[in-house]
Design a protein around this ligand. Structure first.
Ligand code: ADP
Ligand code: MG
Length: 212
């Protein structure tokens, strides 16, 4: 563990920053979903992260898992829809892997992402290439594994870049899951809205860690 590891309180504050960023990205996320789905992704994410933020503000966390499972349960309970289940599961499954972790470093981030990817893929059945948030999450997870021996801030930066790269790749894909499936080849050219959200989430985490 390097000396930059995040304390539970820092993880909470990082996720409050993520909540603010998602809440202010409502229009961008809804517009992305208007191209491929029913246009409600931004509102769902805004609702979920508003609920998560109010629970985080009241939380005095003892472990990394406390913060991450709190956000997971808040998203599942408040969002609904396909993305409520998968976004909730990302934090819930990932957080369970860090249930006893007193801090978060590069290795912990990788453990979080391994468990998050497994949980989301088991729940929703999507694989990389299906044009869903799994493409961004898989990009984050693979970059997290590659960054395991580096510093905490390098790992967060690598994970953010991996998530964004995974999101960018969804532009060229044909949707095979969720509402966008009915568009077939017309889905080409637009990024998956859930992948845009995942990219924003990990970029905001990296900004927090690298600006401390
Ligand atoms: P809904 O599709 O219910 O309107 P949202 O618009 O909030 O929900 O979210 C859509 C996003 O959910 C998609 O962009 C995609 O990333 C994600 N999604 C949908 N189905 C799945 C699935 N089976 N696995 C992973 N992600 C999924
Ligand atoms: Mg939608």
């Amino acid at each position: 563990m390097d000396n930059q590891a995040l304390s539970p309180v820092e993880i909470r504050d990082m996720l409050i920053a993520v909540s603010d960023k998602i809440i202010e990205s409502e229009a961008l996320l809804s517009e992305a979903d208007r191209k491929l789905g029913d246009g409600d992704h931004g509102l769902g994410m805004q609702r979920g992260f508003t609920a998560a933020k109010s629970q985080l503000e009241a939380l005095e966390p003892k472990t990394a898992g406390d913060v991450l499972t709190t956000i997971g349960m808040a998203l599942m309970a408040s969002m609904g829809g396909a993305s409520g289940a998968v976004m909730g599961m990302l934090f819930q499954s990932g957080g369970m892997a860090l249930a006893n972790a007193a801090s978060l470093d590069a290795s912990g981030l990788s453990q979080f992402l391994d468990a998050a990817r497994e949980g989301v893929c088991n729940l929703g059945g999507a694989k990389p290439g299906d044009k869903t948030m799994v493409d961004a999450l898989a990009g984050a997870q693979e970059s997290g594994q590659a960054a395991i021996d580096g510093s905490t801030s390098e790992a967060f930066a690598a994970v953010a870049a991996g998530a964004t790269d995974g999101m960018e790749k969804t532009k060229a894909m044909i949707a095979t899951m969720g509402r966008a499936k009915t568009l077939g080849e017309k889905s080409i050219g637009h990024p998956d809205p859930g992948a845009v959200s995942v990219s924003i989430i990990f970029q905001t985490m990296s900004d927090y860690v690298n600006q401390r």
